[in-house]
Design a binder for this molecule. Structure first.
Ligand SMILES: Cc1cc2nc3c(=O)[nH]c(=O)nc-3n(C[C@H](O)[C@H](O)[C@H](O)COP(=O)(O)OP(=O)(O)OC[C@H]3O[C@@H](n4cnc5c(N)ncnc54)[C@H](O)[C@@H]3O)c2cc1C
Length: 574
């Protein structure tokens, strides 16, 4: 083992980054449609949103809403302050509002509406595992509810208290615990505190020549503990694995003591306690530390874009890549509508180089049309990322180029791939932008076997557009395939639900979302591939894992937390 890395002083709660109270992140990043000439026409055509006639949005103001008083009693407050210090126990309005919602579309809608019927009563920021344990003792002693919190990026209702909860609710923000503690150079295993955010973690690892390789779209505002607690998947999972492959061991503060799962390459110790913690969404304890697999950063990294004439050709190409000898970091295929959407996000060319590239693209698309391609509706863009030595990258690119050609596609080279790679974490801001104009822009994702992938893809479209037609409403859906496995892949659907009336907006949204989720389980796909369960996906859990499976999970929660003090009501009731 290396010596522990130099310890930085703990941040105070005030300095742990948090979302703006009404939306994603804090940075001054907003979606700018004016420099993307294709965006406004597409929005007008598919969802009837005429941006040119819309006033500029007004920034929401928390002081316009009534925030109910905290229910945390003085006794409990004093006991908690004794553990973490006054500065790390926050019960002011903004902290309570931010921590009462994740970042799903219903969350964002409710928070903007000031729907604050039941907020968490205080937020505690422990600075060590001992402090977590001390807080948990107070929670049990005083019969409080505890909701662990990483980055609050969940989109499954997992950090929101039950509106009927009468006991005081405490959120535990792990954000002060953000250190890479130790790296085992030989095994490539890093011990990291659970509250570390993605960028902070990668910065600490990169400084020593390592990467964990886990990059969910929510990377900037999510944490290692949150990833493990929700079974997260990052965009580079093809090479680095899902979080359950990356997290090799854990320390968990459980009501009865510390659970330590050993950081081993594999285990056969009966039913896996490690796996029980994965995806438990705070119901079995607080993850204080993870030991994660890390890798030396690759000397060369390149993202290459490809184009296929349609989805079926693209899927055949993606499947062939999975079965080939190459090991891409990621391989992703957008369907026709998503490709159209991506092209609508291309910025107006400013430099001579980008103007020339624009002309080249126009010429290419005209050529493809002359060959019978439908470049508006059907054409599918794909990105494949290669990492390794120069030789490995060149060899793998050559193999993939041949596979793509064999499946009717063409290579577009590294230019579009580089643009995709730089912009990949900006998409969350689009959701806030659309909500300004009364449009829900949300996502649902699932997994499917290679044999079922096309059926799931087409039936989800049917289900969504039927609901929109029943509402006599326009809508737009698109999808990509990513996260490939030997047996199948993930399908990730993005969909818009425009609304006019705030009072019926959520009902319309849920009609669409529920139809999509129901189609997943009807076709033998899971409720979610990597977005967790929380309360949003809970209604399909019994259909997904069966009544007996659900009884086993309920038993696990009941045995470990008989008082229902740990994030009750998430994953499965009670
Ligand atoms: C725009 C957007 C894009 C997204 N993209 C992806 C994606 O690409 N891949 C993906 O996997 N997910 C994605 N998500 C979902 C979300 O980011 C993940 O679920 C993520 O793993 C949550 O991590 P977090 O740290 O924000 O956890 P939080 O949201 O704070 O918490 C989520 C759950 O985990 C529990 N929890 C958190 N920390 C701990 C801990 N230390 N111990 C015990 N329980 C804990 C909480 O109680 C809660 O139940 C996306 C979300 C959004 C809004």
């Amino acid at each position: 083992m290396n010596a522990p890395l130099s310890a930085e002083d703990r941040l105070d709660a005030e300095d742990v980054k948090r979302h703006r109270w009404w939306g994603w992140g804090l940075e001054d990043v907003t979606f700018n449609w004016r420099n993307k000439p294709g965006f406004a026409p597409l929005a007008r055509e598919v969802i009837g949103l005429d941006l040119h006639t819309m006033p500029d949005p007004i920034t929401p103001d928390l002081s316009e809403h009534t925030v109910p008083a905290s229910r945390l009693g003085e006794d409990a407050r004093t006991a908690l302050v004794d553990v973490v210090g006054e500065q790390n126990l926050r019960d002011d309005d903004e902290f309570r509002v931010v921590h009462s919602f994740g970042r799903s579309l219903p969350d964002l809608f409710r928070v903007r509406q000031g729907d604050f019927e039941r907020l968490v009563d205080a937020v505690v920021y422990p600075g060590s595992e001992d402090e977590i344990a001390a807080v948990l003792r107070i929670v049990l002693e005083k019969d409080l509810v505890l909701i662990p919190y990483g980055g609050g990026s969940c989109i499954s209702g997992s950090v929101t208290p039950d509106v009927t909860e009468q006991r005081p609710v405490l959120t535990m923000n792990l954000g002060r615990m953000r250190k890479v503690l130790e790296i085992d150079d030989t095994s490539g295993l890093a011990r990291v505190e659970a509250g570390v955010y993605g960028p902070d973690l990668e910065e600490q690892l990169n400084a020593l020549g390592w990467t964990m390789g886990h990059f969910p779209d929510s990377f900037t505002y999510s944490t290692v503990g949150g990833w493990a607690a929700t079974r997260s998947t990052g965009m580079q999972s093809d090479k680095y694995g899902d979080i359950e492959q990356i997290v090799r061991g854990m320390r968990v503060v459980h009501p009865s003591g510390i659970i330590r799962t050993k950081a081993v390459p594999g285990r056969d110790s009966g039913p896996s306690v490690h796996e029980m913690i994965m995806g438990s969404e705070g119901r079995l304890g607080v993850i204080s530390e993870c030991t994660v697999q890390v890798h030396r950063t690759a000397p060369v990294r390149q993202v290459i874009a490809y184009m296929y004439p349609d989805w079926e050709h693209g899927i055949r190409g993606m499947h062939a890549i999975t079965r080939s000898e190459v090991n891409p970091t990621f391989a992703r295929l957008s369907d026709g509508p998503e490709t159209r959407f991506s092209l609508a996000l291309v910025k107006a060319p400013e430099s001579t180089k980008s103007k020339v590239m624009g002309k080249v693209q126009d010429g290419l698309f005209a050529y493809l049309r002359s060959k019978g391609w439908d470049t508006k509706e059907q054409m599918c863009i794909s990105y494949v990322c290669f990492e390794g030595t120069k030789e490995t990258v060149e060899r793998e690119k050559a193999v993939v180029k041949k596979i793509v050609a064999k499946n009717g596609g063409i290579s577009l080279g590294a230019g579009p791939g580089a643009v995709y790679d730089q912009k990949k974490f900006d998409t969350p801001h689009l959701r806030d932008f659309l909500l300004n104009y009364k449009v829900f822009g949300d996502v649902c994702e699932t997994g499917a076997s290679w044999a079922n992938l096309n059926e799931v893809h087409s039936k989800v479209y049917d289900a969504y557009y039927k609901v929109l037609a029943d509402h006599d409403s326009q809508g737009f859906m698109f999808c990509h395939m990513s996260h490939s496995y030997h047996g199948g892949a993930c399908l990730y659907f993005t969909f818009a639900v425009p609304y006019t009336d705030d009072s019926t907006a959520l009902a319309k949204y849920y009609d669409a979302k529920n139809a999509v989720q129901q189609t997943f389980v009807d076709l033998n796909s899971p409720v979610s591939h990597h977005h967790g369960v929380g309360t949003e996906h809970l209604p399909w859990m019994v259909q997904d894992i069966g009544e007996v499976g659900a009884q086993m999970v309920r038993g696990l929660f009941a045995d470990n937390d008989p008082g229902r003090n740990l994030n009750p009501g998430k994953v499965l009731e009670p």
